[in-house]
Design a protein around this ligand. Structure first.
Ligand code: ADE
Ligand code: ZN
Length: 326
């Protein structure tokens, strides 16, 4: 078989993509121009040259600066629509998209502007691209739980426009249990729960994401290999891990893609998925993640089938819809 062709053309779900991380430098500059926002970079090339990251925080600083050009509902629509077209080209048939409202509301952008723009793009993806797209609201963990609770209250009038809540931004020093109350509240509202854990942070953060926040999926989770009991738990419960190999390489979680532990996670029987995280910053969309990871880790067509199947198993679609894809 032509493995790269199989990887690129197989139907798949993407479950770990930050919409602000899909903002390409060209669109950042176009929106800066349209909105009269001054950027601390002279041009697209200068901005791209700054994409040399040493860890998560060095990326986040630039990622939040890039998002500062987003002001109007159409800006959020244009960003999401660009991603959705790109995802459709990669044969993504279903995507669950993270967004960081606090990055925008802290700059005075209304919650309605953010959610309505993103949601309109998701609705158009279904009708115009045949891609089903849902939104997951993420809390910024470097901010307080009080700020997260305030954000959640602001988002509640739009509860029909997102399916769950997540937790992202600077991991180390901000354990999941800091957000126990807001996750319990989101659960009481019938929302799905996910959290970033075990990207740079220790296995202990994965345990508390599971046992304190009661999340259904863990985003990244690659540090689980350092805790045998955790590996057994994840395998037994089939708790999905939304792994993002190019992100892990670019943020120096692993020295090189060939050092990534995805093979070990798959061999242990975990429900692993492959995703792009922040494709505009990490040098590739989902299919680039598949092709480069398979090459580096020596994965096979059988792994391709397992990963595609896992992506649908791990998704928050109805059982009837899942059966159509599996
Ligand atoms: N926000 C965007 N990408 C992220 C990542 N990889 N980890 C934590 N927060 C993020
Ligand atoms: Zn992420």
């Amino acid at each position: 078989v032509n493995l790269p062709k199989l990887l690129r053309e197989m139907p798949k779900a993407e479950l770990h993509i930050h919409i602000e991380g899909s903002l390409e430098p060209e669109l950042i500059f176009a929106l800066a121009e349209r909105n009269g926002v001054k950027l601390p970079y002279a041009n697209v090339e200068a901005l791209r040259a700054a994409y040399a990251f040493t860890n998560l925080q060095s990326f986040l600083d630039i990622y939040y600066a890039g998002a500062s050009v987003l002001l109007h509902e159409q800006d959020f629509y244009d960003m999401a629509w660009a991603y959705l077209q790109r995802a459709a080209a990669d044969h993504v048939v279903h995507t669950e998209i993270f967004f960081d409202p606090q990055t925008h509301t802290e700059r005075g952008v209304p919650m309605a502007t953010v959610i309505n723009g993103l949601h309109r793009a998701c609705a158009d993806a279904q009708t115009q691209l045949g891609v089903s797209a849902q939104l997951i609201l993420c809390f910024l963990r470097h901010l307080s739980e009080e700020a997260a609770l305030h954000t959640f209250q602001e988002a509640l009038p739009f509860k029909d426009k997102f399916i769950g809540v997540g937790l992202d931004s600077s991991e180390v020093g901000h354990p999941p249990e800091k957000f126990k109350n807001v996750f319990a509240l989101a659960h009481a509202h019938g929302l799905h729960l996910v959290a970033h854990a075990g990207e740079e942070g220790p296995p202990a953060y994965m345990w508390s994401a599971l046992d304190v926040l009661r999340v259904e999926r863990i985003d990244h989770g690659v540090q689980a290999v350092h805790d045998a009991a955790l590996m057994a738990r994840l395998a037994k419960d089939r708790t999905p891990l939304t792994v993002c190999p190019l992100s892990n390489q670019k943020l120096c979680v692993f020295p090189d893609l060939k050092d990534h532990n995805i093979g070990q996670l798959l061999d242990a029987g975990l429900c692993v998925t492959i995703n792009s995280d922040d494709p505009a910053y990490f040098g590739g969309y989902i299919n680039d993640n598949f092709v480069q990871t398979f090459e580096a880790a020596g994965l096979t067509a059988q792994h391709a089938y397992v990963l595609a199947r896992n992506s649908f198993e791990a998704s928050f679609v109805t059982e009837a819809q899942r059966q159509k894809w599996i």
